[in-house]
Design a protein. Structure first.
Length: 424
């Protein structure tokens, strides 16, 4: 028997209300902030991600699904959403539009990770980017939008963690301080961190291994090494967040797993601790578009994992609206009734009434049990006798009451019953 590949999951009908609710909230919030949807392909040239995410990162080093297609091109299943958006911005000349260009996406992402609860090899993100404006007010907007999204979703007890990791001008000096600091204590570091000390020293700060964690507590802080411009940017962002009444915590060990971030980085975490706890993260990436061959174009964005949102919605017991299903179920007994039921179901659907056909080979009792399980409001019962008389039995499933209705009056009767249900 085949199973879904390790780290990939089916999203079953019973989970769809959570997904659709999340997507609808995200769309509403995007509209509120003036972001427009952009869909990019599921795969891209491998080079796009190697170039942007960075050669020394976990994603590029060990997580990408890359393969050569039949034409000999090396392509990669999208491991993250920002680089494709920047590629599309460039390809379609969006720098000619009023800046910033505000875009959002929903996309499946692929990373060869070690699967655990909340961590998959295929997962889905809602993300958005504001391209072409370096103003810290845009960072604040992007953060506010994330905050608003979680509020609309009804998630509670989230915390906003904020840091600035500087820019290409001031970061090198900070990085050498970091290397100096950690380099003196390599015996206390985990194997991964010893290996990435040279290539990606920032990442040591967010390693969750005991020894590295303790070392991180007194590591040099990026905010103490910002150049004048980065410092002003960070201060201005914080003042905007205060203006908006958004509570945030400065987290000096917050860095992100991708190379392209500059200045602002932020994450939103639920109260529950754990390596899989972050629901969303983002930051500024002022060098990325240029790295991809465009002219210097600042950018800032955010992405949140839908699986982790759903996990938190369930954990916190948030009630999501059920999806509308068919309104009537047509139970039928006997060969004449079968024809009538098939025809009636079709006529009802054509009139905009959702109808499900019962399995005529089962007993009436079994069919009504099924109607109940499907949660329909009304059942129509047709036997050969009703066909002869041109009537049906209309049963209110909740009350268990029944009435005879001529077929010609059925639509009116269904609508009346529905109005009563709505009024109650
Ligand atoms: P993490 O530190 O949890 O690995 P990340 O920094 O790699 O996250 P991003 O690339 O910024 O995450 O992705 C944004 C969001 O997407 C995360 O905050 C998380 O909610 C979700 N996410 C990332 N990787 C996975 C995964 N493998 N499975 C499920 N959700 C994920
Ligand atoms: Mg990760």
């Amino acid at each position: 028997m085949y199973k879904a590949p390790r780290g990939a999951a089916d999203i079953l009908p019973e989970d769809q209300p959570y997904w659709i609710y999340t997507q609808q909230c995200a769309e509403r919030v995007s509209c509120l902030f003036g972001y427009q949807r952009l869909d990019t392909p599921t795969f891209e040239d491998a080079g796009l991600f190697i170039r942007s995410v960075g050669a020394g990162t976990d994603i590029v080093e060990k997580e990408m699904y890359s393969f050569e297609d039949r034409g000999g091109n090396t392509v990669t299943l999208r491991p993250e959403g920002t680089a494709p958006v920047c590629r599309a911005y460039l390809e379609h000349g969006m720098h000619n539009l009023p800046q910033p260009v505000r875009l959002y996406y929903f996309a499946p992402l692929f990373r060869y990770e070690r699967p655990q609860a909340g961590r998959y090899r295929e997962h889905h993100q809602f993300g958005y980017e504001a391209l072409g404006d370096a103003d810290p007010a845009v960072d604040a907007e992007v953060i506010e939008m994330a905050w608003r999204l979680y509020q609309e979703l009804g998630l509670k007890d989230l915390s906003l963690q904020l840091n600035s990791i500087g820019c290409l001008a001031c970061r090198p000096a900070y990085l050498s301080r970091l290397k100096e600091y950690y380099g003196g204590h390599t015996a206390r570091l985990c194997r991964d961190c010893t290996a990435r000390l040279e290539r990606n020293a920032l990442r040591l700060l967010d390693c969750k291994t005991e020894g590295c964690l303790r070392m991180g507590e007194s590591a040099p802080r990026s905010v103490d090494h910002l150049c004048v411009e980065c410092k002003a940017h960070f201060e201005s962002l914080q003042s905007y967040l205060r203006l908006m009444g958004l509570p945030f915590t400065l987290n000096h060990r917050l860095v992100r797993g991708l190379d392209y971030y500059t200045r602002t980085v932020f994450e939103i975490q639920p109260a529950e601790e754990g390596a899989q706890s972050t629901v969303g993260g983002g930051g500024r990436y002022d060098g990325l578009v240029e790295e991809l061959g465009g002219r210097p174009t600042p950018g800032v964005g955010f992405a949140t994992g839908i699986e982790r949102i759903v996990l938190n919605l369930k954990r916190q017991g948030v009630a999501v609206p059920p999806l509308p299903g068919p309104q009537v179920f047509i139970a039928n007994l006997g060969p004449g009734a079968r024809n009538e039921a098939v025809s009636l179901a079709s006529q009802l659907r054509a009139a905009g009434v959702g109808a499900t056909l019962g399995p005529g080979s089962r007993s009436l009792k079994a069919q009504l049990r099924q109607a109940n399980a499907r949660g329909v409001g009304q059942a129509i019962i047709i036997g050969d006798e009703e066909v002869r008389q041109g009537t049906v039995v209309l049963r209110d499933m909740a009350r268990g009451t029944q009435q005879y209705v001529p077929v010609s009056d059925l639509l009116d009767a269904l609508r009346a019953a529905q109005r009563t249900r709505k009024d109650e």
